[in-house]
Design a protein. Sequence first.
Length: 191
Amino acid sequence: MCSKAQSRNIIYPRRQNRLNEENKVSSSSGGFPRRHKEGLLSAVSVGFFLILVGLLFVLNPDLPQRIIEFARPESFELRMVTSSWNVSLPIPLHPRDHLLIYQTVEQFCLVWAVFHGAILALRFIFDSKVRRMAEGLGDTVFWFGAAYLVQTLLVDKTQWFEFWAGILTLIGVSLIARGVFLAAAWKTHRV
């Protein structure tokens, strides 16, 4: 007669194989299972995010007051985007008055993009799942692109609607980068 644990393995062999794969220890991992390394990367990401936000507020002491001024409803007006659909969206009354906010957002995007690039490199070193690597690539592409858009469309020219259109386009580019990476990985593993 088999034990309870053995009978579970007989009944659910796929589940046991998946658990064994998830807990697999590679020779370059320093003895930690893959899921523990992923948890470590997640904890480091949260910690770095909080440090970065705090640092940006320390380096820009006027930032809280500027955010409050920016967020006031009376600092926005509705402007018609397209007359054919009669669509109006909010836009700052004096967009150039908020350069400190735009510059801080640009700094955040740039540092966060570099950090995501480093995390992506660690995912390759740790032999993370392909899905996680694709997600990291898409995030890195998005944050570098966002830093570029903030600089060119908000800091340099202050083109509000063009900036948001660029962000929507950038989301699409980021998703395509993920998809291409996943397709390439799938093709190489399939062959």
